[in-house]
Design a protein around this ligand. Sequence first.
Ligand SMILES: [Zn+2]
Length: 407
Amino acid sequence: MWTVVILVFLATAIFDLVLRFLAYKNQGLPAPANLRDIYDSETYAKRSAYGKERLRLFIVADACSALVTLALLLSNFHSVLFYFIGRHTPNMYLQALFMLGVVLVISQAVKTAFAAVLTFKVEAKYGFNKSSARTFVSDRIRDFLIVHVGLFLGAIMLFLFLHGLLGNAVFVAFVFVFALYEIVFMFLGIFMMGGKRKPLEDGALKEKIEALLAKAGFPIDRIFVRDDSKRHSKISASCAGLGKTRTIVLGDNLLDGRYSDDEVLNVVAHELEHAKAYQDLRLVPLRFAAWIALVFMAYFVVNSGAISAAFGFTELNVAFGVYVALMVFCVPVMHLTWIPVNAMYRSNELAADRFGARMAGKEAAISGLKKGARDNFENLTPHWLNVMMSATHPPMAKRIENIEKNV
Ligand SMILES: [Zn+2]
């Protein structure tokens, strides 16, 4: 079992470094022919240089993090900590909290060091850094307490408690939680609609959108504008809900004058196709299969006495099992199961792009996509392996080509 854990960890770490390296290699390649006019050459060169420097830092940071985790595993650090604290308290929750807490502090210290370099060296050099040393430190401390101690350790403690209470039935409970998550997020889409929103004002644009909805045979009378511009300058739009709750939400950045009415219509039609064709619905079984694979993996790893024994524990240690499930096996399982999910997301995007272009016109669709790519600082030359592993949207060059060829 020792060999399996170490080999899976090493293989995943090396694969992820290769992905980063390929992204680094492709960053700043000449833009594809159909995207030359998105950035001027000076902006493109500056963004590429910034992207390359960021990725270089990420490669070093990832390698260091992996080496630290590997060193902790190879030295049986977890069981040493566990038996050390065991001499002071018999409480199994305190023992688990101490063991995982110390490991968390070590791994976060490494990550924080690299985050500081990223913020104050790389981002400052390109004029992107807006935070002072004081904000950086207080943000990091707040992050550590809320996200890592509160949510991460809190969730593990809750799991240990439920596992103690329910035994392996807790894994069945997980499946229900994920099912609920899918229903709430995919079907109702309630939470993606955060921020303040108000109804779209009457006027030419609203009439055009209503005409488009009628043409598409998709009656929706709830059209809202959300105050995205208070948080970022990116553009966004969404369409979600079932029956009478069906709602279209447009980010206000889309309506600030940068985009023509036809370009806005194209965005609305694109989102409509996602909702109309129940594209998201078809994704549910695939996403669900991915979650089930994770739960199965967790079930076997958490209950494996052999894994505990291989790293210095005299009996099954559930907390260590959770750690190994999260740090070693979670990423490779997600890599494998999300390849088909992401592929389906990407083919849905192409279908939505075609529909948008048919409804709002080819020119508006292409010029809108290009403006969006520029305003969202999109990477124009991603490596195909990175696209396959993690992209929910196809590369911009392919999206434009898809419209040019098929509409
Ligand atoms: Zn889309």
